[in-house]
Design a protein around this ligand. Structure first.
Ligand SMILES: NC(=O)c1ccc[n+]([C@@H]2O[C@H](COP(=O)([O-])OP(=O)(O)OC[C@H]3O[C@@H](n4cnc5c(N)ncnc54)[C@H](O)[C@@H]3O)[C@@H](O)[C@H]2O)c1
Length: 273
């Protein structure tokens, strides 16, 4: 039977990757963004919608009959409180309320490493920080992800909706700096992760870290593995190139490398970063 998956924020970086790589003969994608997504290509089993995640009636019809929603839409950087409240906090409420009204059984909420940005490598257990470590947001953006996770928990407990909250590290083709050697989520692993989260049976409400099998990670992969996400890629393959010409990474003293949120922990609150 064909599966229908809604993706909010489908015109963004992760959304475009998922549009391309989650396409399957037995899957229809409903793609929405406040920026018009690319038109449907010939042979593509998809529909595109332009709208805001803050428009509850529009969301309700968007998600009607869907098997799952992947919620990416919103502000993905630090910003002012009005922007963060409207697009992330209010938008995430509207998404869950639309999902409840329409009876959609599953949501994958794109949380972030910045929900726990102040966790410090020096305090990490041997297996890395657990994925459900209490929120330690580093920005207003990070706070909105903690708030989104709490909204997810509310709707999971009240209404029995399955909600997976990947705290995504840095999803990009290759690691770009020393910090990202710990947080990298390769594009192939991102697809493995989202496929696992769409497939796992009756997970309830769960957190996981959205990172690859990076040698320099200090976050646990166990919660993802329990959900069927088996990361395969390791940023170490890029380490020499990333570090070349730079001082030897100082994981004991350099707070950018020690804290999960890196330099975001020092950005003035509410300033676009
Ligand atoms: N890319 C990463 O490494 C990473 C890391 C951590 C978390 N995340 C989270 O994953 C999601 C996707 O990230 P991304 O890198 O693709 O970000 P992105 O900024 O490229 O994409 C976000 C999309 O959301 C859309 N959007 C903004 N406000 C909206 C609204 N009101 N209604 C509908 N759409 C709206 C934007 O137009 C954009 O296309 C975000 O929620 C982000 O916070 C991403």
């Amino acid at each position: 039977m064909s599966q229908t998956v809604v993706i909010t924020g489908a015109a963004g970086k992760v959304g475009r990757l998922l549009r391309h790589r989650l396409a399957r003969p037995d899957r229809r994608l409903r793609l929405m963004d406040i920026v018009p997504p690319e038109p449907v290509a010939p042979g593509e089993d998809a529909e595109v919608f332009t709208g805001s995640v803050t428009d509850l009636p529009a969301l309700e019809s968007l998600v009607a009959g869907a098997d799952a929603v992947i919620h990416l839409g919103g502000q993905s950087r630090e910003s002012n409180m009005a922007d963060v409240l409207e697009n992330n906090a209010h938008g995430t409420y509207c998404l869950f309320e639309a999902v409840r009204r329409a009876g959609v059984p599953r949501v994958i909420f794109a949380s972030s490493n910045h929900a726990a940005g102040f966790l410090d490598r020096v305090d990490a257990p041997a297996d890395g920080f657990p994925a459900d470590a209490a929120g330690r947001p580093d920005t207003l953006y990070g706070w909105s992800k903690v708030a989104g996770e709490a909204m997810a928990s509310l709707y999971a407990d009240r209404y029995g909706i399955d909600v997976l909250c990947p705290r995504i590290g840095m999803c990009m083709p290759e690691p770009i700096d020393v910090r990202s050697l710990a947080l990298w989520l390769s594009q192939d692993d991102a697809i493995r992760m989202f496929e696992a989260l769409l497939a796992v049976e009756s997970p309830g409400f769960r957190h996981l870290w959205g990172i690859s099998r990076n040698t320099r990670r200090f976050m646990s992969l166990a919660e993802g593995e329990a959900l069927g996400y088996i990361a395969k890629d390791d940023s170490e393959a890029y380490a020499d190139g990333v570090i070349q010409g730079k001082p030897t990474p100082d994981y004991e003293h350099d707070l950018v490398l020690r804290r999960i949120g890196g330099q975001w922990c020092d950005v003035p609150l509410g300033e676009y970063y």
